[in-house]
Design a protein around this ligand. Structure first.
Ligand code: GLP
Length: 255
């Protein structure tokens, strides 16, 4: 696991974009894995400015989102299909027909989850996956207790996650209770993973991801089993890491 500490959001975005872009280069039809949430936004801004994308045919990029609410009003601006369109597809100039988000309005969400898992596999898997991290350690919407080999499926959102996302809805009770998410096992099949986390609210989860036992209690800890993961953190998110780990991270961030 490689750790970078970049306190400036712009620098963090550029560091993330450089690593993501490098994994997309030299692929005819690169597959990008995208996450919603605020943490990855600086990466999308940097990619939109071309950071890391030299030699990448943006119109050939295929993208798969991690997750989507089930039962959200199709017109709601926080529906991830809309968020991904705004923040990723339009900004980067991707071909909308190549950008995929699980269909949270599907009549049979379980069948939709299985279809989505197969679509990622049929695309050859994800070359570069951008991730955020929940304060409870979730990746995608894989809440604590999720099996480490789980696949795309319908999940129930943790109360903490619904509370954290209530700011995007008119009232906490309006946050959907279920979602479709790629599984932890699905995410781990991406060839490269870049996780972005900022702020003290993420510090405990970051420590669990980096220094804890691999455990379903902290879904992000499964990333320890992946050979190519980079965490791009700010000082606060890194604040609970062992001093030696932080020192090494700062050194490699300056390199
Ligand atoms: C949501 C998303 C996650 C994301 C998390 C963190 O719950 N489903 O994929 O990682 O939010 O969001 P933020 O980066 O805004 O803290």
């Amino acid at each position: 696991m490689r750790i970078l500490i970049c306190d400036d959001p712009r620098e963090a975005g550029e560091a993330g974009a450089a690593r993501i872009g490098a994994a997309l280069q030299a692929r005819d039809e690169p597959v990008l894995g995208v996450a919603t949430g605020s943490s990855p936004l600086p990466v999308y801004r940097a990619l939109a400015e071309g950071v890391g994308l030299a030699g990448v045919d943006v119109r050939a990029v295929r993208a798969f989102a991690l997750d989507e609410y089930v039962g959200i009003d199709p017109a709601h601006p926080e529906r991830y299909a809309h968020v991904v369109r705004r923040e990723v597809t339009d900004r980067l100039g991707l071909d909308p027909s190549r950008v995929h988000v699980p269909d949270g309005t599907a009549a049979d969400p379980d069948a939709e989850a299985a279809r989505y898992e197969a679509a990622i596999r049929d695309a050859g898997g994800v070359d570069a996956q951008i991730l955020g991290l929940g304060a409870n350690g979730h990746i995608g919407f894989n809440e604590p207790g999720s099996a480490l080999d789980s696949r795309t499926r319908v999940v129930t959102l943790a109360p903490q996650t619904r509370a954290a996302n209530a700011r995007f809805f008119a009232g906490p009770e309006l946050v959907p209770t279920t979602a479709i998410t790629q599984g932890i096992g699905t995410i781990l099949r991406a060839r490269r993973i870049v996780l972005m986390a900022r702020g003290s609210a993420k510090a405990e989860a970051v420590r669990a991801v980096v220094e804890g036992e691999v455990s379903t209690a902290w879904p992000g800890s499964a990333l320890q089993r992946h050979p190519d993961v980079t965490l791009v953190l700010d000082d606060e998110a890194a604040s609970l890491l062992a001093r030696a780990v932080r020192r090494r991270a700062l050194e490699s961030s300056r390199a």
